[in-house]
Ligand binder design. Structure first.
Ligand code: PLP
Length: 356
């Protein structure tokens, strides 16, 4: 099949393998995995590959993505705190949502009533990372209010760490989350089924055995997709790190100086660039740019190729030291970090291909 560039090639077998490894690792601690699909825009072949790895529930931050997955019979979790204005869609297209605003939960209850449904809610508690979640001191009163709502089931409590504040999940913050579950039982007599202990950063605590007993759900995206936990960036044992490959086509190759000629002002993004003089170098331009990628998050598979920079539509490479004799029309392969993968999967200019 003729390919168009730029493109991302997804190895579905590796995604299934990674999912299976992580599901197995977590099950040794009694933890269920929610497979998070947002970084690849919930593309159906990848979702299917994840489900083949033994997942029963997928999570996404966008209700539009969950709506597109309606045909998949798995349970669906909405990760981002819902917009009040989306209450009807949230109830329709997700089985369970993460929440932190009582007025929104009331709206969900009303929408669920109209749809003759019971909607499941996980109450998010901020354990210090300062993104979403209610404060600990408000939990008991909120739980009382939530369990009194007619068409809502309080299915769990949860937290999110290492997203805004960079806070590492540990026995202290996750231990406290488990304590809150006990406190709810003691004070109100309500048994909380799910304790959702974070994202791929909590996998580190699973790997080294310090995840507190009582955490029974993790919401995992990056570790499945890139094979690494996100507290310290350590590899997850037995997982592939190259399930996604970015490919771009070379449109120009010239020997030119390493330092621009003339007075240096601002680049295309308002920054003043700096250059090291390495004489004449062999430079390649790839038809890829910041509309498609985050150049800082790209790693060429050819270790002798260096990235010089990128503007909106041009990626500049130094190919001076490469053993490959590149020519115009050749395709260059890259690995991507999370931010770059997110951009590439979201860019309408980047084609997506799936291989087994
Ligand atoms: C994105 C997200 C996750 C998954 O994060 P990864 O680092 O990709 O595992 C989990 N929970 C919430 C609330 C999220 O927004």
């Amino acid at each position: 099949m003729k390919r168009e560039y730029p493109c991302v090639e997804v190895n579905l077998g590796k995604i299934t393998h990674n999912t299976r490894e992580i599901v197995k690792l977590c099950s040794t601690k009694g933890i269920h995995v929610v497979g998070v699909t947002k970084v690849f825009c919930a593309k159906k072949p990848v979702v299917k590959a994840m489900l083949n790895g033994g997942l029963e529930i997928v999570g996404d931050s966008r209700i539009e993505n969950l709506k597109r997955l309606e045909e998949f019979k798995c349970r669906k979790l909405l990760l981002r705190i819902p917009m009040e204005s989306h209450a009807a869609e949230v109830v329709k297209y997700s089985d369970i949502s993460l929440n932190s605003e009582i007025e929104t939960i009331k709206r969900l209850s009303k929408a669920a009533k109209r749809a003759s449904k019971i909607h499941n809610v996980i109450l998010m508690i901020d354990m210090g990372d300062l993104r979403e979640g209610v404060l600990e001191r408000d939990v008991i009163d909120l739980v009382k209010e939530i369990i009194s709502l007619e068409n809502i089931k309080l299915a769990g409590i949860g937290t999110n760490l290492t997203c805004y504040g960079g806070v590492i999940p540990d026995g202290n913050n996750l231990g406290k989350l488990v304590m809150i579950k006990k406190e709810i039982k003691d004070k109100i007599g309500y048994e909380i089924p799910i304790v959702s202990g974070g994202n791929s950063s909590s996998l580190y605590a699973v790997m080294n055995g310090t995840i507190p007993d009582g955490i029974n759900q993790l919401r995992i995206g990056e570790a499945i997709v890139l094979g690494r936990e996100t507290s310290f960036g350590k590899d997850v044992p037995g997982c592939y790190k190259d399930s996604f490959t970015l490919k771009g086509e070379i449109i120009e190759i010239k020997e030119k100086p390493s330092v621009p000629i003339g007075t240096i002002g601002m680049d295309a993004f308002g920054q003043t660039p700096h250059f090291e003089d390495r004489g004449i170098i062999k430079r390649a331009i790839v038809a890829l740019g910041r509309q498609d990628i985050v150049s800082e998050g790209l790693t060429p598979l050819d270790k002798q190729v260096n990235i010089l920079g990128a503007s909106s539509d041009h990626l500049l490479l130094d190919i001076t030291n490469s053993c490959n004799l590149y020519k115009v029309g050749d395709v260059v392969d890259f690995n991507m970090d999370y931010g770059c993968l997110l951009r590439a999967m979201t860019s309408p200019y980047v084609k997506k291909y799936y291989v087994d």
